[in-house]
Design a protein around this ligand. Structure first.
Ligand code: ADP
Ligand code: MG
Length: 391
């Protein structure tokens, strides 16, 4: 056992606290540090704020969804999203503080999403966070949204043991990361075209099932027969070591199936018939098989000690069942559904680690729409120069 002193900012003062390195190399039990962190998330179409304690206790978690605003368009309209964030950020942050029973003065640090996402949306949350940090003289850290999704698993599971493998599947991202130690991320697979959630949303739109498509398809798939709808498509050849994904061929196969079988989209408010239900089940099955195949390969190659399944699509009941029943050689951590889609508790959890280590990004920090999470290059997975960045 090794011990090290960590400076923790508290009420404007730097207070020395003890962090312990326990149970294995490089694993910092910083959650013993009782900091209160305010998290702010606004990368896409959810305005969210949360207060978390000691890195893994949720004191409050407020999410204002814009689903109703964007539903008529079948997807997120960036201009509308940033305007709505502006309207709601103040009340969402105040509600989170109130629900946690604390004031801004009690907060030890602020953690806000800085990317990736829609730049207009990101700027609202980040600028708001910076102004709070400035006014109250609090440290602030800018968090990668995808890292936030990975940290969504810390609340309800045992501590993550490294090396870990993370499959992040959301509306904007589908990536596999190897995490040899906390805070170090190497990409070992990513989508070449659509993200998995995007494919769910596009297929749902095509079938007249509404937005967002994932939850609707998930529900229909429970009663559908995937074998009843034969989807014909080929996965593009992946001639590299990467365990890359591709979903656009599958989406086109659904479109072709719809045309060939003269299937009409479900009229608004009507119940989908069995043809649509079976098609939804067939589509979902193919997405799950594709995700599972690469996850299995990655687990075999890298023998992780923990497997993390995160991001909005990790809500999918078929995917959760399939991943849990697969022998992957390590425990699988999934967040509960409320923490799976975008929220600020996960952003606060990721920020807690850096704040507890005494980090402060200061007021120069800016939004970065295409921020990458990779900060290491793994052997056999050399990245093009443009994809590298340092956290
Ligand atoms: P992002 O971080 O990219 O904005 P989120 O993490 O909020 O995305 O996830 C939203 C995505 O998750 C949407 O594409 C939605 O369709 C998908 N999703 C949500 N619930 C389910 C589900 N039960 N099954 C499949 N996909 C789902
Ligand atoms: Mg997300």
């Amino acid at each position: 056992m090794e011990a090290r002193a960590i400076l923790v900012p508290s009420n404007g003062l730097l207070v020395g606290l003890l962090g312990l390195l326990l149970t294995g190399p490089g694993r910092l039990v910083y959650n013993l540090i009782p900091m209160l962190v305010l998290g702010i998330e606004s990368s896409c179409d959810e305005t969210a704020a949360a207060v978390i304690e000691a890195g893994r206790i949720i004191r409050s978690n407020v999410v204002a969804s814009q689903v109703k605003t964007h539903a008529p368009f079948g997807g997120v309209v960036p201009e509308l999203a940033s305007r709505e964030h502006l309207d709601r950020i103040d009340s969402v942050v105040n509600s989170a503080l109130e629900a946690a029973g604390v004031g801004l003065d009690d907060i030890d640090g602020i953690s806000a999403t800085r990317g990736p996402g829609l730049v207009g949306s990101l700027l609202v949350g980040l600028s708001y966070a910076k102004s709070l940090a400035y006014a109250k003289r609090k440290p602030i850290v800018g968090i990668n949204h995808i890292e936030g999704h990975i940290y969504s698993t810390v609340f309800e599971n045992e501590p993550i043991i490294y090396p870990a493998l993370a499959l992040v599947v959301s509306g904007g991202h589908t990536s596999l990361f190897l995490i040899p130690e906390e805070g170090k991320y190497g990409t070992i697979g990513r989508t070449r075209d659509d993200a998995a959630g995007e494919a769910f949303d596009k297929v749902a739109k095509l079938l007249g099932l509404g937005y967002p498509g994932g939850p609707v398809i998930d529900k229909l798939a429970e009663s559908g027969d995937p074998a009843a709808a034969q989807l014909v498509f080929t996965v593009p050849k992946m001639n590299s070591n990467y365990l890359d994904f591709s979903f656009s061929g599958l989406k086109t196969a659904v479109l072709r199936y719809v045309r060939e079988n003269q299937i009409s989209p479900v009229p608004s408010g009507a119940e989908p018939d069995h043809v649509i239900v079976d098609l939804a089940a067939a589509f979902q099955e193919k997405v799950i098989l594709s995700l599972l195949w690469r996850l299995r390969q990655a687990a075999r190659r890298h023998s992780p000690k923990t497997i993390i399944l995160a991001g909005g699509v990790a809500c999918n009941s078929g995917l959760r069942r399939a991943v849990r029943s697969e022998k992957l050689g390590a425990p699988v951590y999934c967040p509960s559904p409320i923490l799976t889609t975008d929220n600020a508790a996960m952003i606060a959890a990721a920020g807690h680690r850096r704040l507890a280590l005494g980090e402060n990004d200061g007021f120069e920090i800016s939004a970065a729409a295409s921020l990458k999470l990779d900060n290491i290059v793994l052997d056999g997975y050399e990245l093009p120069k443009t994809a590298r960045y340092k956290l």
